[in-house]
Write a protein that binds this ligand. Sequence first.
Ligand code: PLP
Length: 360
Amino acid sequence: MSRVFNFSAGPSMLPESVLNIAAEEMLDYKGSGQSVMEMSHRSKIYEEIIFGARDLFREVLNVPDNYKILFLQGGASTQFAAIPLNFMNGSRKADYVLSGQFSTKAYKEAQIFGDAVAVASSKDVTFSRIPELDKSKFTPDADYFYICMNNTIYGTLFPSLPDTGNVPLIADVSSCFLSEPMDVSKFGVIYGGAQKNIAPAGLTVVIVREDLLGNAREGTPTMLDYKVMADNDSMYNTPPCYSIYMCKLVLEWIKKLGGLEVMKERNLKKCSVLYDFLDNSEMFNNPVYKPHRSMMNVTFKTDSEELDKKFIAESTAAGFVNLKGHRSVGGMRASIYNAMPIEGVEKLVEFMADFEKKNK
Ligand SMILES: *Cc1c(COP(=O)(O)O)cnc(C)c1O
């Protein structure tokens, strides 16, 4: 068996040890004679999995008791609508920071439901930084303030959180979930699709402060009402059973390695290897404003599209796969989530250095 180094932005690689456990338990989960895919979600044995995953999530991310952890479906993109439906319920105004494609999509979706206000945008610099925020432009009576914390496509990360006062801060953390410790109490809601850093596709984790629940707008579809999901322990209907099981295995893996502090250390080390190389390269460069560089998604390019193409073809052939940048920006992107070992980044840098030498 030979496994490649997979730099996919999502779905992305999972820890090999987790995949091994899943393989071992595939046909007969803990003596039940069934795979997790086959069991009733109402069974005692499955309850241990879903509640175990939820409790472990709370422990690993240090989620305060007054927050609910929901395991939903529909991806992050479904929450673009669920968020205004659940929370745009007072002034019906909400502030959005446009820091990339996903926050722009969320903003456009919210406009269907109310007065979504773009308080800042970095579109004019191709989202190569987090836009500067001017507090005097924030809407004082907004129902919430929305950001996308880590911008997967452009490789930027909010260096600090905006001060939104009493207005609840809502963050899409799809591509930085569990990459480092996070003070959940600073947020009204954080949420993300699991397929970047947590589990296979199909699971969306929403963490919501309890006092914000229960005021969904009239006409909110039952399946999008977070209160309904919270009251039913994420099992109003069939949850994404297998992805939740994988999420539990990944959380166990993180805990065993030492938790999110250790994850952060590992992730910082990995991205530094890559950024240091890029900063010293005469061929490759990273277009992002340095203080806003992402730990998880590292974008880079050469000065020539031809050379980019050649690099992608040759790196793929050498076992470094999914390095092609997002179709909207071109170039390359290495997504180096928790599961990527340091060795993968070191080998990639070796390959890049060698490529640079050969193509001078
Ligand atoms: C991938 C991604 C999304 C979209 O997620 P889906 O689960 O495909 O809907 C949204 N936001 C961010 C930050 C992402 O990285």
